[in-house]
Design a protein around this ligand. Structure first.
Ligand SMILES: NC(=O)c1ccc[n+]([C@@H]2O[C@H](COP(=O)([O-])OP(=O)(O)OC[C@H]3O[C@@H](n4cnc5c(N)ncnc54)[C@H](OP(=O)(O)O)[C@@H]3O)[C@@H](O)[C@H]2O)c1
Length: 325
């Protein structure tokens, strides 16, 4: 067990050997307000975690009751069992940050949780006992589009086309033949076609009536998401207007950067916990469209970084505490 620092918040991480769990642990190990008291793994119990002196231990719901905040970094479906066991019965319970899709908008269980899209729901997160941390693709899409849809910049009678590419850690650490190095390396392909990707539920729940076509791609790099959005704009709306709308909405937000020119790229964000937004004018498209770009690290702003922002919100601390802006 790591030594509990005075006045630090006791946290536990369930699923600490997964890609998001490792990233959460790496951030929490350096967070000066947090003390990690356990991190679970069934397959690596006894092996060291990123927290000095703390080995992985098998999952234990009773131990989870003793921490102040619990991070659930589990495969989809498994977080709901933990939440029900801990929050659905009486007794002491931790506040929970769930990184799975189990309690996100469109899941059918969303009423139990506050959606943790941090720059939009930070105040509500501050009072929440359960936070549904957003999906990686939705984080980039919603960070880019929410201010534009709410500000009336988008022509909602036309289709918004989102081409998105994710690094391979987006699929999790469990072994799969289609994710072997020899299968992925040197290739670039679509997946999740037909506008049916499960992240669409979450995006639609937040964007209301906006019609979107979402096409994901598998990018042969370990981490990072780049989303290139063909955005039909209302008459008279320029790229400068889009940039100004973002600047107004995200002024003072350390985890969102609006580029002065051009579209973002992965190297701007990999290894960080921030989102980059950019926009470009287009020519000869018939009806007016702009191209909007959003880039995040799927394990940073798309998972662990935003989870730590939500942890900070729960504690009433500055959003950037312990993250890499
Ligand atoms: N990867 C991303 O970019 C990303 C981004 C945003 C959100 N998410 C979401 O975050 C969650 C975690 O994703 P991930 O990529 O970190 O997954 P992952 O790499 O597959 O890790 C899953 C973790 O959970 C543990 N685990 C698996 N089944 C378990 C069970 N039944 N009970 C207890 N522990 C169990 C695993 O370790 P043991 O098997 O050793 O116990 C492992 O530590 C997923 O719901 C995912 O959709 C992922």
């Amino acid at each position: 067990m790591s030594e509990t620092r005075e006045e630090s918040v006791r946290v536990g991480v369930v699923g600490g050997t997964g890609y998001t769990g490792q990233e959460v642990l790496n951030l929490l190990a350096r967070h000066d307000g947090a003390s990690v008291v356990f991190a679970t793994s069934r397959s690596s119990a006894g092996e060291p975690t990123p927290v000095p002196g703390l080995p992985f231990t098998p999952p234990d719901r009773q131990a989870a009751r003793d921490v102040d905040v619990l991070f659930l970094c589990l495969p989809h479906g498994h977080a709901a069992e933990w939440v029900e066991a801990l929050l659905g019965s009486g007794g002491r319970a931790p506040r929970i940050i769930d990184l799975t899709a189990d309690h996100r908008p469109g899941s059918g269980r969303e009423s139990a949780a506050v959606y943790g899209l941090n720059e939009w729901y930070r105040e509500e997160v501050g009072d929440a006992s359960l936070v549904a941390n957003p999906g990686c693709y939705p984080t980039g899409i919603l960070t880019a589009l929410l201010p534009l849809v709410q500000g009336g910049a988008v022509d909602e009678d036309r289709l918004t086309v989102i081409n998105a590419a994710s690094g391979v850690t987006g699929a999790g650490r469990a072994a799969r033949v289609d994710l072997l190095f020899a299968e992925v390396s040197g290739n670039y392909k679509t997946y999740g076609g037909g506008n049916r990707h499960r992240h669409l539920r979450e995006v639609r729940a937040e964007l209301g009536t906006l019609q979107v076509l979402f096409q994901p791609h598998l990018l042969p790099v370990p981490r990072g998401i780049l989303e290139t959005i063909v955005l039909p704009v209302a008459p008279g709306v320029s790229a400068d207007d889009i940039r100004e709308a973002w600047q107004a909405r995200y002024q003072g937000e350390p985890a969102v950067r609006v580029q002065d020119r051009g579209l973002p790229q992965l190297r701007d964000v990999v290894g960080t916990d921030r989102a980059h937004l950019g926009v470009e004018e287009t020519e000869e498209t018939g009806a007016p469209v702009v191209v909007v770009g959003a880039a995040i690290d799927n394990l940073g702003k798309g998972a662990a970084g935003q989870a730590v922002q939500n942890f900070n919100a729960m504690m009433g601390w500055p959003t950037e505490r312990g993250i890499r802006c």
